[in-house]
Design a protein around this ligand. Structure first.
Ligand code: MD3
Ligand code: FE
Length: 198
């Protein structure tokens, strides 16, 4: 499996609602926080994690760590439905150790970036979109190259692997009111990864 693979509607509405219920429990154990770039700017996206490692950002840089940056607690476990998706679409032998949870409220976006904080880029990344539709942008591995726009709707799963694993990508905007899944509106994206060393 190689490149950017979009599985539209991979999760039906029952599976989406089940995941939202799991996320409500995760948010109680690991509250959403606002990461700060190494340059000192807050992200417009709020985040938390589940799994043995979580992605965090602050003045000291971007990294994966075993503890929540505010509570100091370990992250809650990854829901089994997500582990099953990973085993089916990414790797049946090696499970993910990190699940980053991004919450996009009104006006939140994510600038073009590469994901390069993981130990081994040979593993793919699996993303699950929930709630309002996102206008996602993906380019090549060189900043400033050609990009294309793809809509990510609630229940869509995408897998990034091989030649596109280091592609520049971001979220231009979220279309508010496009889904009723999340009370209060907004979008949640889950990214499953094998982040740590073997
Ligand atoms: C393309 N998240 O958390 S998910 C991120 O919707 C991130 O919250 C976006 O970019 C979001 O790092 C996009 C789709 C995605 C995830 C990982 C990728 C696209 C990717 C890795 C390489 C290339
Ligand atoms: Fe990313």
């Amino acid at each position: 499996m190689n490149g950017f693979q979009l599985l539209p509607g991979r999760l039906d509405s029952e599976a989406q609602n089940d995941l939202v219920a799991e996320l409500d429990k995760i948010f109680m154990a690991a509250p959403l926080f606002t990461p700060i770039t190494p340059g000192g700017q807050p992200f417009s996206v709020r985040m938390t994690n589940c799994g043995s490692l979580g992605w965090v950002s602050d003045r000291a840089g971007y990294r994966y760590q075993a503890h929540h940056p505010v509570t100091g607690k370990t992250w809650p476990p990854i829901p089994s439905a997500l582990l099953d998706l990973w085993a089916e679409h990414v790797d049946a032998q090696v499970p993910p150790d990190a699940c980053l949870i991004n919450l996009y409220g009104q006006g939140a976006r994510m600038g073009l970036h590469q994901d390069r904080d993981e130990a081994d880029f040979g593993f793919g990344v699996l993303s699950v979109s929930l709630g309002d539709t996102a206008v996602f942008r993906i380019g090549g591995t060189v900043r400033g190259g050609k990009t294309r726009s793809v809509r990510l709707s609630s229940g869509d799963v995408c897998i990034l692997a091989g030649e596109d694993r280091l592609a520049f990508h971001g979220i231009d905007r979220v279309i508010s009111g496009s889904s009723q899944l999340i009370s209060g509106g907004g979008r949640i994206n889950l990214t499953l990864r094998k982040a740590g060393p073997p």
